[in-house]
Design a protein around this ligand. Structure first.
Ligand code: A3P
Length: 309
């Protein structure tokens, strides 16, 4: 099915194989960039990533891992494709939306892609390649409350074989709190991008707002992109990007990645898609530790997260 679709839309199936291969070659080995823990393979090609040339008209979807990046990338693509699901299914999400820091193939795909490109990144704002600030680029940052984000990241680390084994939930709790996870400390990430939005063309969107009223948030993103689409198209976008639809869409749910990369028998990529699942995982003692740290780190900031709706 995948091959036929790609042929119809004139995309080379070999590109997928190359990207899957590149993702599969990742190992959990970590290194640091300016104090931020990142996969060693990313650090090894850092100069190439940092010198990436953004173009006028590029759209970036940026986030801390497990914040709703995939959801937003499909919304962005469907807005650009004006609700045409066939076009949005031209390739799996990880091919049509190159992952900036993932490797040479991702960068090659991005370089060869016609504008407007959608590019995904988990980089903290201070590590973004400078050309993104120099060109006329629109960025959508998706942020999710840290408790649900932590739970989602825990299951992700269990199923993504390129991640360090998180061990027990208790162990992962400590890793996350200490910022000892790929792409670093959650607080630094969300605060860094929150501050940057005052100087740059960044739309800051909350996962919880999307769950609460996806239509409202899609319209916000449309306005930001300067797109005026009919209610009929908005309804199509809403439908195709609902959790239920995305979970069964092979182009959106990462099933095109082999289980040697994402072992979805351990945990599915489209896992729960809710607000408040943290309550099923946090011990009372962990909640107290977390709330104290949250208060300390967010003091004086007007950035507010909702952990329940
Ligand atoms: P859970 O693990 O809590 O279910 P990312 O794309 O940044 O890796 O984020 C993945 C998280 O977003 C997962 O959270 C996933 O289920 C959720 N997600 C993806 N698409 C979604 C959708 N259409 N609606 C709600 N949640 C979605």
């Amino acid at each position: 099915m995948l091959k036929a679709q790609l042929q119809e839309l004139r995309m080379d199936p070999k590109v997928i194989e190359k990207i899957v291969q590149e993702l599969g070659d990742f190992t959990p080995d970590m290194a640091e960039k300016e104090g931020v823990p990142i996969h060693k393979q990313i650090c090894d090609i850092w100069d190439t990533i940092f010198n990436f040339q953004a173009r006028d008209g590029d759209i970036v979807v940026a986030s801390y891992p497990k914040s709703g990046t995939t959801w937003m990338q499909e919304i962005l693509d469907l807005i650009i494709q004006e609700g045409d699901i066939k076009k949005s299914m031209r390739a799996p999400g990880f091919v049509k939306v190159p992952f900036l820091e993932m490797g040479h193939t991702s960068l090659e795909v991005a370089n060869a892609m016609p504008s407007p490109r959608i590019i995904k990144t988990h980089l903290p704002v201070q590590l973004m390649p400078p050309s993104f600030w120099e060109k006329d680029v629109k960025m959508v940052y998706v942020a999710r409350n840290p408790k649900d984000c932590m739970v989602s990241y825990y299951y992700f680390c269990k199923m993504d074989v390129t991640m360090t084994d998180p061990g027990t939930w208790d162990n992962f709790f400590s890793m996350f709190m200490g910022g000892n996870v790929p792409w670093g400390n959650w607080f630094d990430h969300v605060i860094g991008w929150w501050k940057a939005k005052d100087q740059h063309n960044i739309l800051y969107v909350f996962y919880e707002d999307m769950i609460e009223d996806a239509r409202r948030e899609i319209q916000k993103v449309m306005r930001f992109l300067g797109k005026d689409l009919s209610e009929d198209i908005v309804q199509k976008i809403l439908h195709h990007t609902s959790f239920k639809s995305m979970k069964k869409n092979p182009m959106f749910n990462y099933s095109a990645l082999s289980d040697t990369v994402f072992d979805q028998s351990v945990s599915t990529f489209m896992r729960k898609g809710t607000v408040g699942d943290w309550k099923n995982h946090f011990l009372e003692s962990q909640n107290i530790i977390f709330d104290k740290e949250y208060e300390k780190r967010m003091k004086g900031s007007d950035l507010v997260f909702r952990t329940e709706l």
